[in-house]
Design a protein. Structure first.
Length: 147
């Protein structure tokens, strides 16, 4: 049995309020006539933290992309980027510590996963809400439970 899969990766959308997304929508519609990916991976920066701090436009755009490529939301995988992380208390100290230890300990970030005020997840609250809004009730796995 010869099973083939294809995927499409989009990255760094940086969706601004003022951007005319019709140009990109048209380009993706044209691309959809050429390729039919089995799944879609979107790697981070769904928003621009300074120029468009919310995810409303990104959510609308992603819903359009799913329709354009005739995918189910369960076939879409989201990965946050640096613009998807908010500032939180101890953020800079946590990043410095992780960066100085990550080479010798690939799990250096884990000690910040349950650290009350310095918990890394504090920076992802808005991103997590965006992910839950995108998937809705169509996906009930770690993509939604632990985005």
């Amino acid at each position: 049995m010869n099973t083939q899969f294809s995927w499409l990766q989009l990255s760094d959308l940086h969706i601004f309020k003022s951007t005319d997304w019709n140009i990109m929508r048209l380009a993706y519609q044209k691309l959809a006539t050429v390729i039919q990916p089995n799944f879609l991976v979107i790697t981070g920066d769904f928003r621009h933290k300074v120029k468009n701090p919310d995810y409303k436009n990104a959510l609308e755009f992603l819903n359009d992309i799913v329709k354009i490529f005739k995918l189910k939301k369960s076939d879409v995988f989201l990965v946050p980027g640096n613009h998807d992380v908010n500032n939180y208390e101890y953020r800079d100290a946590n990043i410095r510590d992780i960066n100085s230890n990550i080479v010798s300990n690939a799990d250096a970030y884990l000690k910040y996963m349950n650290n009350e005020s310095g918990d890394l997840r504090n920076g992802f609250k808005e991103y997590c809400a965006f992910v839950q809004d995108f998937y809705g009730s169509t996906v009930d796995d770690d993509r939604v439970k632990k985005p």
